[in-house]
Design a protein around this ligand. Sequence first.
Ligand SMILES: *Cc1c(COP(=O)(O)O)cnc(C)c1O
Length: 338
Amino acid sequence: MRIELRSDTFTRPTPAMLNAIMQAEVGDDVFQEDPSVNRLEAMAARLFGKEAALYCPSGTMSNQIAIKVHTQPGDEVICEQQAHVYIYEGGGIAFNSGAQVKAIAGVNGRIKAEQVVTAINPDDVHKARTSLVCLENTSNRGGGSCYDWNDIVAISQVCTINRLKYHLDGARLFNALVATGQKPSDYGEVFDSISICLNKGLGCPMGSILVGSAAFIKQARRVRKVFGGGMRQAGFMAASGIYALENNIERLKEDHDHAKQIAAKLAGKDFVGEIMPVETNILIFGVKGRFTAASLADTLKHFDIHCMAISPTQIRMVTHLDVNDEMVDKLLSVIDGL
Ligand SMILES: *Cc1c(COP(=O)(O)O)cnc(C)c1O
């Protein structure tokens, strides 16, 4: 029994999702004639209370498209120093948009309105023009942490006053929504654009959805084509997205419960250091004494349990729909025996 905890991107489509894929009606989406893609985009736009949406091959592409549309070359983008858009997208902000980043040190991946205010450049020829603020919720490197809603609103007010665009990397936004009991439309109201990953805990083989105003999505569609992301019969994959939005959101709570159970078990062990607060499906903990992160990951591998050493002293485990109760029980007993 393989237990895959390296990432929630390892999920594979269930028989029911595969069936939805097989049944999909398709057309040419570059001509906007794929009924399944059109349906997914309409569904996502409605869910977030936005005018339009765009289906993209990956979360990286939907973030990068949003940044490209919201900025001009030479602009500055404000984000947290461990943000995915900054550290995990291959330098894409510079490569694709010719923009630079002002990275802010947050707490568990989260930044505050006062920090954003301080980071905005004055209108001065020496300075890059600040044009965009990107948040990430949940925060990946922050251990799946969720933003406090009041902080999101406070930053949106700073953006409005300073005429900055406001983008959310919501790769795992549904995890945050399930954890906090909020609605997608709450987020749609404050952000100019939101990117949602369908390929993580929602269980699709691929894909991401970008939501925004009609004018924004019109531009985004053009940029997606330029980036090489215009797909033809993408409806097969979009059908998995429709299935996920209809069936796989509420169950994210199980993943959160699993992550908390694992954290509780680790808490008693002598080789475990600091455990970051577990709010959703990501568990990051420190390793000390008898193990290094690499040697612990290696030991677990002998039990067919796969996790990731994200630093010499930290392990990350991510729960998802292919990690069931039985697997968690086995992991707990393996931890007990270490
Ligand atoms: C996974 C992820 C993305 C996008 O990833 P893709 O693999 O390109 O779909 C973006 N932001 C965060 C926070 C992520 O975890």
